[in-house]
Design a binder for this molecule. Structure first.
Ligand code: GTP
Ligand code: MG
Length: 195
């Protein structure tokens, strides 16, 4: 998609505030600090419309980016952020879960994992849940610029094996720094959005 117009339409801490325009939604999920907001910025060609931070836990609301009046990119708060209280974590967990489980407009979930690390328990849980519920198993391996080119295959294999991804093409390495992988992600997104 050629993206020129994007608006942050709704920032929601409450399900009653979710938009009701009926556009389909593509959500970006993953551990805190993995690069969800950075990926959204790259995809929509904006430096910092989606707020990013080196401090994990930056995104604390569910943010809806209206892309060309065609769909929403939904920036979710990351899971596994240790610095907030357990109670707060549970509240957020519930909120995100409710969004993922109940949202009819949600057509695609993109799971982000850090290419350097083996996926964790939460990543595996979410991936399994996605597959079980019929979502396309699309995984973005972020921070590609942080490893040597010669190590890419090895790291992608670990992710494939740990998550149980069947088709290696469903794992796309990406760097928000170099934008490597961006065109491929758009290719897949375009085919998902307009099959
Ligand atoms: P939360 O909102 O806390 O859940 O985090 P997030 O997943 O939205 O991560 P965010 O996009 O805010 O990025 C976290 C940090 O990682 C920031 O300092 C980014 O600049 C950095 N970062 C994200 N993607 C990349 C990447 O591909 N390469 C490098 N080197 N740094 C990245
Ligand atoms: Mg974020």
């Amino acid at each position: 998609m050629n993206v020129n117009h994007v608006n942050l339409e709704v920032v929601s801490g409450n399900a009653s505030q979710f938009p009701d325009s009926g556009l389909i939604e593509v959500a970006f999920a993953g551990k805190s600090n993995v690069g969800k907001s950075s990926l959204i910025n790259a995809l929509i060609n904006r430096k910092s419309l989606a707020r990013t931070s080196s401090q994990p836990g930056k995104t604390q609301t569910i943010n809806f980016y209206n892309v060309e009046e065609k769909l929403y990119f939904v920036d979710l708060p990351g899971y596994g952020y240790a610095k907030v209280s357990k109670k707060e974590r549970e509240r957020w967990g519930k909120f995100i879960e409710e969004y993922l489980h109940k949202r009819e407009q949600l057509k695609h979930i993109i799971l982000l994992v850090d290419i350097r690390h083996e996926p964790g328990k939460n990543d595996i849980m979410l991936y399994d849940w996605m597959v079980y519920n019929g979502f396309e198993p699309l995984v973005i391996a972020t921070k590609l610029d942080k490893i040597k080119r010669s190590q890419i295959q090895k790291h992608v294999s670990v992710i494939k094996k740990t998550l149980g991804v069947e088709d290696i093409h469903n794992i796309i390495p990406f760097s928000a720094t170099t934008k490597q992988g961006k065109d491929k992600i758009w290719e897949v997104l375009d085919s998902l959005i307009d099959p």
